[in-house]
Design a protein around this ligand. Sequence first.
Ligand code: DKA
Length: 160
Amino acid sequence: MVEQFVGTWTLLSSENFDEYMKAIGVGFATRQMGNMAKPNLVISVDDAGMVSMKSETTFKTTEIKFKLNEEFDETTADGRKTKVGHLLSVGFIFYKRYIVFLTTKRDFQTLITCENGKLVQQQTWEDKKTTLEREIQDGKLTAKCVMDDVVAVRTYEKGA
Ligand code: DKA
């Protein structure tokens, strides 16, 4: 399934990306770089099923390596770190003369799955969540970036 994404892809068009970056909390200066950049997206997979997704621009190159369905820590191009401890619940019990507080905490990371031909990347950080859905349509790779009700669509064409 991932094989269809393998190759070098160059950004062709980008719609609503500034609004998407605002929605995920990217600051002004980084947004200007994001708007100007024309990344090459290089995707490869090795025999063990480890996928590499590298985004190369003149400003910055970021790479993630992951296996499908396995959570991993990600530091995004704009510096978000997806490994953040979240408090899920707080309770307490009485023990002898004491009140004992009980907490449940877990780390949310990045998870990438392949669903109906789409590579779906879920990033969770602080109390926020965004989804990047990549699919091949008419030989082009589209990345649909969703944060709440804000959607950006970026289209890449395959390089030589
Ligand atoms: C894509 O593959 C989507 C990339 C989303 C990056 C969000 C942060 C950008 C900060 C410059 O094209």
